[in-house]
Design a protein around this ligand. Sequence first.
Ligand code: AMP
Ligand code: MG
Length: 488
Amino acid sequence: MVAASTPNPLLALDYVPALESLGPDYYDRVDAAEFPRHALRFRNDDVLRQLGLSPETVDDAHFVEAFGKFRGREPFLALRYHGYQFGEYNPFLGDGRGFLYGQVRGLDGELYDFGTKGSGTTPYSRGGDGRLTLKGGVREVLAAEALYALGVHTSRTLSLIETGESLWRGDEPSPTRSSVMVRFNRSHIRFGTFERLDYIDRPDLIQTLLEHVIDVYYPAARLCTDAIARYTQFYAELIDRVAELVAQWMSVGFCHAVLNTDNMSITGESFDYGPYAFMDGYDRRFTAAYFDYAGRYSYGNQPAICKWNLYKLQKPLQRVIPQSALDDALAQFDDRYRHYYTQRMLQKLGFAALPEDLAQDVVQQTIELLSSVSVGYHTFFLELARQFSPAWQQNTTHIFATPMQASDPAAQALLDRWRQLYHRCLQEQSDDQLAAMRDRLRHTNPETVLLRPEIEAIWEPITEADNWEPFYTLLKRVQNPFLPPDAA
Ligand code: AMP
Ligand code: MG
């Protein structure tokens, strides 16, 4: 590897010690591991641009120096947190294989975190090796880029560097290759960060952290001069953001798989992609983690689980917010979720808006249909995008004239019923609205979906021949997942 020839723009960014300045109660200073080898496998030029860097000025060697060798910056902060894991409280968590590398402002003026994964052991490693497998890193890069392209509020990945070690894992053929990743997101403060402060009985630290979170990430709440009103407004907005996030996951068919409270960001953003999966056919019971025997974090449970996580967050927040205000805020979750989910699904069906009753009906019937027919969830919407024509408004029989498989007479009856309802929705549309539908369908329903077989298919050439081309090809496809404008 050649040495970086110019000053490293990644190190010259304007780092802001926002979390660091809150004091050492929230973190431990740690060192990065030294790795035998550094091979840059992914760099996110799009994120560089968001940070005001032009990608041509940042060499691969700069990435390696900053995010593989971890030279030129300190301190690195392993953040302290607890969390409910599969429903059980765990007070032995914390950054066990990562740290907060630094915080920077984007061109949008917002504060962002660089957080590592796989950078070595910390006081919270609990016997773990502090490492990230290369496959785990590749999977997180793909998930984040795919979700981002689908309009989900997600973390991104700034870099993935292969590090030349052999790791042993129960869930991958071992020995397996190692990597270190740098994640880019709004915040690594988790629900579990607050849970820990309650557990150690430090309401003063809860209040300080809450003020920090509001100050940096909740500008609307910041405007409330009364402290209780400010905290209540924060919780209400968090509930709204989480409801929106789950609606985004549900509409794109994503199962996060490990929705423990330490994996829930206080900014309402999605992050930490482990055994996640996109479902193929619609199935509320679809479960992505092999160790989730009870299906606690199944696709269909995600809204209820996120609500439960928000409920558990009340315990630390009770220290500073009256219980009645917490209850009132959480009571909004179901309505907010339904609102966002309906909006997202209407988009997938091609509509900007519909009368409320009709909107609820068409979304519900679409889900009923997809639960009963053997057509895949994404295939259905992609076919809708491909086949749609404004002429469908004229006559119900035009709708899906090229039939998708209807698995049995009952499913056929559902399809017919759905056609009638979809036709009714089309009749609500003006000519202009109708004309806009084709583009909306094509910009909402992906042609490329990051299904598991897609990931496995790119992994084989990497392990067998160190061939990364299929990975870069898939990456481009998930970053641009929609039908080209001119395709039939
Ligand atoms: P995760 O499942 O990635 O959200 O991690 C849950 C907890 O286990 C966190 O405290 C992690 O830091 C920790 N952890 C996961 N993998 C490792 C590892 N290989 N070494 C040390 N700690 C780990
Ligand atoms: Mg985690």
